[in-house]
Write a protein that binds this ligand. Sequence first.
Ligand code: FES
Length: 571
Amino acid sequence: MPKSHLRSTEWFGHTDKDGFIHRSWMKNQGFPPDLFDGRPVIGICNTWSELVPCNAHLRQIADRVKRGVYEAGGFPLEFPVMSLGETNLRPTAMLFRNLASMDVEESIRGNPIDGVVLLCGCDKTTPSLVMGAASCDLPALVVSGGPMLNGNFRGTAIGSGTAVWQMSEDVRGGKMKLADFMDAESCMSRSAGHCMTMGTASTMASMVEALGLALPQNAAIPAVDSRRYVLAHQAGRRIVEMVHEDLKISRILVREAFENAIRVNAAIGGSTNAVIHLLAFARRVGVKLELDDFDRLGHELPLLVNLMPSGTFLMEDFYYAGGVPAVVRELGDLIHDVLTVNGKTMRANTADAPCWNRQVIHTYAEPIKEHAGIAVLHGNLAPNGAVIKPSAATARLLKHRGRAVVFESIEDLKARTDLPELDIDENSVMVLKGAGPRGYPGMPELGNMPLPRKLLERGITDVVRISDARMSGTAYGTVVLHISPESAIGGPLALVRDGDEIELDVEARRLDLCVPDAELTERRAAWKAPAPVATGGYQRLYIDHVLQADQGADLDFLVGCRGAGVPRESH
Ligand code: FES
């Protein structure tokens, strides 16, 4: 593309008052005049934040991207966007995914940017950046921050999140001392990077690689491995070429790429959160993708990657074993040969990808588990669908009928779950309401409800749990999530009462409330919608416009691609 066609020349390419303003103030940073000569301007969209520990090293990564951009003849400009951390942000980072995506979209469109490198890591930072960039449709390339080194507690590997859920249940069940639990904190998180289980961050880093939006090996290289810096450097070089090739994100995010991502997610035992985020991505670029596609394309696939929470290893091991390219190679013809950001096709990138450790990445012929992809359930409790991750569930509970023990809210759950008089046993079905997109608001990761102490003390490690919430990708159990429509808008979940029988049959893809229709009609007539949790600010906007989980939980007015047309001048 001739330089004069780049959108940044609409800022820097004029000799009038406006061109003066755009260049002159930029020069206060010490940029030589020739950087404004029409070369590609590369935005480096950075979610660095000390409040988001998983992304706290991203300024060093940005420096390596800049080296590559300069080498390739581009002009890199780093800019911050809202960063969302799972561990600190309340009431839940998911509430702000869509807000952050607006920040990204408008920051890209409103500035002299020709192509963008998206620096992300912690769970919601990847989707918010991809969603914002997708709605602009410029050349875009993701560089993930990479996972932390494996956790190690007294000689045993422990995984982010997964170990927390396990150890906290052990403390509550009297199997672990509190002092030991406290000791484990610094042993789990011992380097820069995001969760090193196959949680949501690792899953989404794998998803952008499987979509073709990142360079090969983006997902698994540890954050502190020098090869992470090499990848960032190469990404900087490549984004400049992508601008010259006009390789826009919409040429990467095609239907076949989403099908690849769904299949890779099944094979890696990826997070249920990928369902919501991929649905949202697809709707931003106008690709038709439905909740049932995850079951149709993914459920029959076997689990190939032996990582926590579905298995035993961690992301560092995954990288040493071959990472996502080795998984894609193993999936063979199930993967479409689509274009990726490095200008080569998925097959060209992975055809010779080696596997160095078959304990970590199994062959398709000898998988860890059969039929391990996410299953999508329907039934009178989930008319628009719900999801379960069979690879992280207890096999015998995948077909189960039990008595509901209902918690009306997270506060109700916390107040009563450990009471000795709670009427619950191992056959019960724990039900949580009010944790969907509108009800909480923001659809938090509460679906893996802690087991009541009286069950833990009896050695019970899992019961069926159902809700309209999400769950952390690091979590496990027989947990039905994302029930749609949610309880706060009168979905059937709102009508469940203590003692009702609930039937889960994953093989038949059913989730049913075994209560006569006439009784449900009566309950519906008596049901009153809860008052909205927020009456103003962004949360009010969110509650008024958020879509349900089966539609990606985006805001209705953000769906679609609005392009990167150059806005009017500011002066
Ligand atoms: Fe950031 Fe897990 S808390 S990735």
